[in-house]
Ligand binder design. Structure first.
Ligand SMILES: O=C(O)CCC(=O)C(=O)O
Length: 280
């Protein structure tokens, strides 16, 4: 168990601009067309609604709740704002103190079922051109009122793969995710612009002044909605002061033929050497 070392510093005003928001999405994994796959390659992301149904949402929520309360998972990261108080908190408050748990799927079969959803794997396989393999699994929980931002970054800055590898992130909303409670934000097309230097500031992140805010788009999602995104896409999520909880599952997949590099030397040489201990 760990306290989040980051998160007490507010982002600069204007870093998260909600004036442009994605509306709509593809109505289910099975409806993804070849044109949608081509658009993913162009934009670096894809939005799918009803990716999982309400029974699957309830079951994933129950699984996360169980892991959280039993503290039975690989690593639980509490919000810095909670300080050392989490051990004294009643259950319901403890549920709203955590920002991240990882790994999760090996601790509850209901979560593994989501990561192994054949319809999801089929779409990712079509994006990659070969079968995908799960390489990381997390619960991303933005607690009401105190949820910190996840500053703009590229996920490849956290992973030990050659930067030309197509790593696909899958972010599934378990609650409605809106600008006010910290929905995901993306900058379309930035996966074509190569690796960016990252810096240890409020997190392991792209420098605020390098973020192309004017190109950014918010991705609000209903429960069960899903964002698929390329590992080099610039993305992040704003802090929340809302009373509404925002829980999500996040999985990353690598192509079957690609193995992770044996160490972080390449990653640090490409993204910057402040990221030795960074975990997505
Ligand atoms: O869930 C969030 O708020 C941010 C997730 C994210 O961007 C990441 O972990 O890479």
């Amino acid at each position: 168990m760990k306290l989040d070392a980051y998160g007490l510093e507010a982002p600069p005003p204007g870093l998260y601009d909600f004036s442009d928001q994605i509306k709509g999405g593809i109505p289910g994994f099975k409806k993804v067309s070849d044109e949608d796959v081509a658009l993913f390659h162009q934009l670096g992301f894809m939005v799918i609604h009803n990716a999982i149904d309400s029974a699957a949402i309830d079951s994933a929520r129950a699984a996360l709740r169980g892991l959280l309360l039993r503290q039975d998972t690989g690593n639980i990261m509490f919000e810095a704002a909670v300080g050392e108080r989490y051990t004294e908190l009643p259950d319901e408050e403890r549920l709203d103190s955590v920002r991240k748990m990882m790994p999760i799927v090996d601790y509850d079969a209901r979560l593994m079922t989501q990561a192994e959803n054949p319809a999801l794997l089929d779409v990712i396989g079509r994006i990659m051109g070969e079968p995908p393999v799960l390489s990381q699994d997390q619960a991303m929980l933005k607690p009401p009122r105190i949820g910190r931002e996840k500053p703009w970054h590229q996920d490849m800055a956290y992973f030990d793969f050659l930067s030309e590898t197509t790593i696909v992130g899958v972010w599934i909303a378990l609650d409605e995710a809106l600008p006010e409670n910290g929905c995901m934000m993306v900058i379309p097309g930035t996966h074509h612009e190569g690796p960016m230097a990252h810096w240890t500031r409020r997190d392991w992140q792209i420098c605020d002044t390098d973020v192309q805010v004017c190109r950014s788009v918010a991705v609000p999602l209903p429960p069960g909605g899903c964002l698929l995104f390329h590992g080099l896409l610039h993305h992040g999520s704003p802090p929340t002061r809302s009373r509404r909880r925002r829980w999500a599952l996040q999985f990353h997949y690598r192509p079957h033929s690609v193995q992770a590099l044996p160490d972080s030397d390449y990653r640090l040489s490409v993204f910057g050497n402040e990221g030795a201990d960074a975990a997505c």
